[in-house]
Design a protein around this ligand. Sequence first.
Ligand code: ATP
Ligand code: MG
Length: 230
Amino acid sequence: MPQPLVRFAEVSKSYYRGAEEIHALRNVTLTIEEGSFIVITGPSGSGKSTLLHVAASLDMPNKGTVFFREEDIFSFTNREQARFRRQNLGFVFQFFNLIPTLNAIQNTSLPLLLDGVSKRNADARAEELLSSLGMEDRLQHKPHEMSGGQMQRVAVARALIANPALILADEPTGNLDSESGAEVLALLKKAAKDHGAAVALVTHDTEAAEIGDRRISIQDGRVMSSVLTS
Ligand SMILES: Nc1ncnc2c1ncn2[C@@H]1O[C@H](COP(=O)(O)OP(=O)(O)OP(=O)(O)O)[C@@H](O)[C@H]1O
Ligand SMILES: [Mg+2]
């Protein structure tokens, strides 16, 4: 039986701009199972990024509960939330968010160094992971010496290096041509499976939407459909 990793129970999130209330999420109930790959699609402004932020405890809902392995993540203190993110989550962004002065190994190993792993061990793990993502010839390259697809592969390696249970990826192919985008997604899917990590991927790319186990479509903050695709 697949176990729930993340569970949203009737979650609503509004933003207020003056007197205006913007409903970013409306009564969202969904489950991300351990090790599963879910793809979230929907028009611009429909609440996709908000959903990822709430799942990461970066943004607090006005109503409802978010569970991670059946623990209410908004019952955590700020310190506990920070630890929860460090130990369990990996992030991949549209604009890569790599550190320009660091090479591929250094960008990838950084989360481990911050966690107190020795440089030698951290670098060895980074090298292994980067190589599994086809980056063995670019280990010493800095971001400006890489293509977009290569930068995103480094970002995938960095997201996975601490063995997270969940990777949150917001439009990771938004800045890539369709070929390198498809390549990055295939690598992300395989690497996540190999590490037993679940993935929540937000995308506008209709082809990318096919690669998940489940596809969730949201509109105006509401989950319109949630379909198994594999
Ligand atoms: N910090 C904020 N303050 C006020 N309104 C916000 C804030 N963040 C998001 N919103 C609003 O909430 C709604 C959902 O935003 P969200 O960023 O989740 O959309 P999205 O589906 O990720 O869109 P896109 O595809 O353009 O990235 C939008 O109407 C947006 O304007
Ligand atoms: Mg967004």
